[in-house]
Ligand binder design. Sequence first.
Ligand code: PLP
Length: 425
Amino acid sequence: MEKKAFVTKEQVEEIVKTYPTPFHIYDEKGIRENAQALKEAFAWNKGYKEFFAVKATPNPFLLRILKDCGCGSDCSSYTELMLSDAAGISGREIMFSSNDTPAEDYLLADKLNATINLDDFTHIAFLEKVLGKLPERLSLRYNPGGVFTSANGIMDNPGDAKYGMTKEQLFEAYKILKDKGVKEFGLHAFLASNTVSNDYYPTLAGQLFTLAAEIKKELGVSLSFINLSGGVGIPYRPDQEANDIRVIGEGVRKVYEEILTPAGLGDVAIYTELGRFMLGPYGMLVTKAIHEKHIHKEYIGVDACAVNLMRPAMYGAYHHITVLGKEDAPRDHLYDVTGSLCENNDKFAIDRMLPRIEPGDYLAIHDTGAHGFSMGYNYNGKLWSAELLLRTDGSVQLIRRAETPADYFATFDCFDEFRSLWERK
Ligand SMILES: *Cc1c(COP(=O)(O)O)cnc(C)c1O
């Protein structure tokens, strides 16, 4: 599939007059259309709800757009809970799926009346101690161990993952919680990441639905929701075929009708906690080529670096690059596209065929809408970029300003002797 940038060179030339590169820009139209397609794919399930994984793109303006599309939020930390609250997402609209959870985080989740998803058996006692009681509604995270396979082969390795509880612990946990008066129960599992296959959700659903039927039969506990969590991926490479969310929704419906309905569980709500699928393709990192270097290889140096997008450096992840204004030019130059960190893995592309790039050209690095900006850091004294929103009417809105040196030094603001660093001029 041909990957097209959702802004043109002319648009970027206009934008940089106000907001210099590098910046992340998000496409409101794409976000809304995709969220609508997801909603329609699961419309057959009365209680269906998507809880957007805040960690993927923690920006309150984007959370508000998703809320407007019917989504809640999935939080994993104190500040993510604060952010959801600030964006107007509250109570049952918040799923709190954390692990290794600090006490303060549970306290805030409970205060906001979020649905708490317990990652471990020992957290039952921990939560009870921290809150002085148990909430009326709780979800449990399951880890079946082993490898996760679908018809298309192995997808991931839950046996190596730190998350969730074993089947024995899960059954014991529901029993204890029921005895302690918990009234409403959920089940959650996240067993494979970035799956580019329509099989993942239906296969996972089959496993969880079978488990739910067993839980009902053995313990007399009827779950009120099953959370398929995240893991539906996106095609980062142009030769990959995108997931078809309608096919995925239908696949889940089929196993629901085969397993849950006959088990007397036809009222169970299906929840999802997608991050990457919701925003990944609708964000790009726009950066300017500032240097070209000819040594043993050909390098293009840009004004963004791995602090703005860590995935290539961290996982060797592929992110497609469009040289704006040269969309139709032949890709006849072999480049490494680099940032300026003192780390040789600071490369957005290695041995990539691209059109001839000249300093001053703008590059759009695709699919940075999720796990892009959010994974940023400050190594080498680099600052966080701005985030911009391309609105449905074509206008551009600043949704997070770029960091300044004063922000970088703000944690010295308790030291008067360094006032010159942190005082905003
Ligand atoms: C990361 C995460 C998600 C979102 O994952 P994606 O791959 O972005 O869909 C959902 N739920 C939990 C608990 C997570 O940790």
